[in-house]
Design a protein around this ligand. Structure first.
Ligand code: 6PG
Length: 267
């Protein structure tokens, strides 16, 4: 049974403004968590959309760098491709070039998924790293302060692809997931862990995502075909940061052109 959530979607005219809103979301969540608990634990996605946000966070002339408590930030990944860190497809590699090489985040606070290892070994080592870093006991679930997700044009998020094993994984923190259609393995956080986060936000841009986004939010509930539908946070709240092209098929009862914010209830 899917948990009801309130979806808030903020729609910006351009990808550049989505990147700024995402940087604001990251900096705000990091500062708030660090001020309350002395540490901020954030998990980020790969792909292409987050790259501009990373560059803004690392840019000292922008209003975000100074607000991120880099000394108290523990950075994690939502998923990774089974490639070495220097490979062009590496999510870690992309983030390193766009942000990590330009910010004072100590190496011990960077929790990379070791995509170069045998997939199940990489998934187990990542799970062990998370358990240690969160000081988890027994079957406790980690509570990330913020998890930033993307969505593929097939409705996947993290590396939870349609009709793959990981969709049915309820107990593990991270798993190796075979993606037949891409003939590859991915390492991914599981959806119960994502739903356990204090805050979850999707960053989605471009007309290529318009129809799938409408299907995920307003279409029939079929997470095996549209895995992004599995994301129903325990907080009851889910945020989407969108550009106008991606949001073009969503209801806009505000009567305003972007930027606007609207919401809908997922039952
Ligand atoms: C990955 C991601 C994945 C991504 C979507 C969207 O490793 O590819 O983590 O879940 O968020 O594929 O990717 P784009 O931002 O490139 O559209």
């Amino acid at each position: 049974m899917a948990r009801p959530v309130t979806v808030t979607y903020a729609v910006w005219p351009t990808p550049a403004e989505v990147a700024a809103a995402a940087a604001e979301c990251f900096a705000g969540a990091a500062a708030a968590a660090a001020s309350v608990q002395g540490v901020a634990r954030i998990a980020i996605s790969g792909g292409t959309t987050p790259k501009a946000m990373f560059a803004l966070l690392a840019d000292r002339s922008q209003p975000y760098f100074e607000r991120v408590p880099w000394d108290k930030l523990q950075l994690f990944w939502v998923d990774e491709r089974t490639v070495p860190p220097e490979h062009k497809d590496s999510n870690y590699g992309m983030t390193k070039a766009a942000m990590l090489d330009h910010v004072p985040l100590p190496a011990a606070q960077i929790h990379r998924i070791e995509g170069e290892l045998e997939p199940e070994v990489a998934a187990s080592r990542y799970e062990a790293d998370i358990r240690t870093s969160f000081r988890l006991e027994g079957a406790e679930t980690p509570t990330f302060d913020l998890i930033l997700l993307g969505m593929g044009d097939d409705g996947h998020t993290a590396s939870l692809f349609p009709h793959t094993e990981a969709i049915n994984e309820l107990g593990r923190i991270s798993v190796a997931n075979h993606v037949e259609k891409m003939n590859t393995w991915r390492i991914t956080l599981t959806w119960p862990v994502i739903n356990h986060a204090r805050e979850v936000a999707f960053l989605i841009e471009g007309a290529g995502k318009r129809d799938i986004l409408r299907e995920v939010l307003l279409g029939g509930y079929d997470p095996d075909t549209k895995p992004s539908q599995l994301i129903r946070p325990a907080s009851g709240k889910l945020t989407f940061l969108l550009d106008a092209a991606a949001a073009a098929a969503l209801p806009n009862d505000t009567g305003n052109a972007p930027p606007y914010t609207a919401s809908l209830e997922l039952k």
